[in-house]
Design a protein around this ligand. Sequence first.
Ligand code: PLP
Length: 358
Amino acid sequence: MEIKTIQAPTEKRKAKPADESTLGFGKIFTDHFFTMPWHSDRGWHDPLIEPYRPLQLDPTAMCLHYGQEIFEGMKAYRGKGGALFLFRPLENIRRMNVSAERLCMPRIDEGLFLEALKKLILLEKEWIPRGGGTSLYIRPTMIATEPALGVHPANEYLFFIILGPVGTYYPEGFSPTKIYVTEDYVRAVPGGTGYCKAGGNYAASLYAGELAKGMGYTQVLWLDAIERKYVEEVGTSNMFFVIGDELITAPLTGTILPGVTRDSVIRLAKSWGVTVSERRLSMDEVMAAIGGGALREAFASGTAAIVSPVGQIYYRGKEHLIGSGKTGPLTERLYNEILQIQYGMKDDPFGWSMKIAD
Ligand SMILES: *Cc1c(COP(=O)(O)O)cnc(C)c1O
């Protein structure tokens, strides 16, 4: 299928942000987006890059009622000399198809998805900021658009990709976060949709997040839904602990999101000779390690921040300090290494970085 382009008239194009230090996240979007509808009779058709615009949906569009909505989150980076890079884009494309299958939505051809992504980014390349740590955030999304009530998989969908410049996550250097362990609420259950980037998962997580915020914590640390004992994820990131010489993260058993950053952290740390375990880690073990002085570092991993150090953890009525409460050496090393690979500034032994323009 040929991807057509309709360019936005010059006078309709937005001014690019003048000050890259105030970009923030998720507020500014570019002049064009990619759209492609699907119909049960025709499959995917009419892939188009067109001027950014509001969507027109019937009030009965099924995504609004039954929540068939999935998305992805990835970034394009401007490296030295202006070259443009994506980081492991096929992982996101494949993960979106895994989410699609679980929510009874149609798969997207990997080649077409990547081609649309590249074509849109190259058209919008002037929007990719230049400052250290800045990037172009990419949000592929799929929604059920069939105008009908009644619970069933929709017969019509829209896939779209929007782009927006985002600032560096750490304008003033690392600042370790405080996290709140909840035993009252859960994010995902075995057999559920925890491994999908599906909108409903995030709607269901807000309540506990607000409670944590009200108590002065940035994120919720989710435990397993059955025993409420084992560490799963933190907010919308994967969670890692360093106990003694072991780097520990939850295994992929269907209730956590298989983060691309999580996988990169695991493989890099292993390549450095670190003992990495994907295993169940109970809060009892975490508390014992804190008590015995063996818990050295904790961090969250995700596309937004790469790694985000955790300095304090609230559990059963008490706040506990992790290590010295400062960013640990492994956390910092992982951050620097992944950042440099993403911007094409370093050897890329795993072939993670994909150059899309010189
Ligand atoms: C997106 C996401 C992550 C991190 O995934 P990355 O691919 O590393 O960005 C982790 N947990 C949840 C719940 C997420 O939505």
